[in-house]
Design a protein around this ligand. Structure first.
Ligand code: DGL
Length: 276
């Protein structure tokens, strides 16, 4: 049976957009949304108390994600952006079922997989958390559109704790990157997907490792563009030129979150503690 087309006429353009991740990773997506859609109000939930999601069971991730989604719906969000690959890979279906077409849900894997499958014609590598790699969702989604692409996925679990510790441009992070990227699984790749929203925070170091040999995909930009297309399609883009608001809720307030969120969104933002 054909799925009924979602009807969002009950929503209005001036409602905020809800975004969530386990920690600072989703800020890479939120920052891109702010750049592309400067008139939108954003509500961000960082589940810092439960990170890393990449090490958790599917059941645990589903539990966290459904609670956060309920919270964002209560906050009157007009769209939910799952700015986390581990959450997408393990809980997308449950989040969609909970939302039940009340608002659009945008994830971080499907738009990237679709774009890559049309634009790339060579070997693709994916680095991601264990929870994402174990789901095999990148390979499945890319192969759904293009059966000829070879996809190699590698779990790179030490990167998230290093990023959450604020170890950017740090010898420890450099040696983790070197160790992972020199893995034989990634030997023949020509394109690399950063399959975790934390990793763009290390994009310079990752690009440095490869020089010009490998194209590194900018997922936050693809996700923000997809959000724009969907909001536009349903007349939900906020065209009003106003001072946009950015609200941040965290299940545990961490120094690194404070630092990166203020760097991306300005010093005047507040972080509110919210345990779900
Ligand atoms: N940023 C997340 C992702 O995209 C989650 C990292 C984690 O909490 O392990 O997978």
């Amino acid at each position: 049976m054909k799925k009924k087309k979602a009807d969002y006429t009950h929503l209005s353009a001036n409602q905020p957009i809800g975004i969530f991740d386990s920690g600072v990773g989703g800020l890479t997506v939120a920052k891109e949304i702010k750049r592309l859609l400067p008139n939108e109000d954003l509500i961000y939930f960082g589940d810092t108390k439960h990170l890393p999601y990449g090490e958790k069971s599917r059941e645990a991730i589903v539990g966290y994600c459904t609670k956060i989604t309920e919270f964002l719906l209560e906050k009157n969000c007009k769209a939910i952006v799952i700015a986390c690959n581990s959450a997408t890979a393990n809980a997308l279906q449950e989040v969609q079922e909970l939302v039940a077409d009340r608002v659009p849900v945008i994830d971080v894997i499907n738009p990237v997989a679709e774009k890559v499958s049309y634009e790339i014609h060579n070997n693709v590598g994916v680095i991601a958390t264990k929870a994402t790699v174990n789901s095999g969702l990148y390979k499945k989604s890319i192969r759904k559109h293009n059966k000829f692409i070879k996809v190699d996925e590698l779990a790179t679990p030490l990167l998230v704790p290093a990023i959450e510790e604020g170890f950017k441009n740090h010898p420890i992070t450099h040696s983790i990157i070197y160790n992972y990227l020199s893995n034989s699984k990634l030997k023949n790749i020509e394109t690399l997907i950063l399959g975790c929203t934390h990793y763009p925070l290390l994009i310079d170091e990752i690009k440095q490792y490869y020089g010009n040999r490998v194209r590194v995909i900018d997922s936050p930009n693809i996700v923000a563009s997809q959000l724009k297309i969907i909001l536009d399609k349903h007349n939900l883009l906020n065209e009003e030129n106003h001072q946009s608001t950015y609200q941040f809720f965290l299940s545990d307030i961490t120094k690194n979150f404070e630092k990166i969120s203020k760097k991306f969104f300005g010093k005047s933002i507040d972080l509110e503690l919210k345990v779900l």
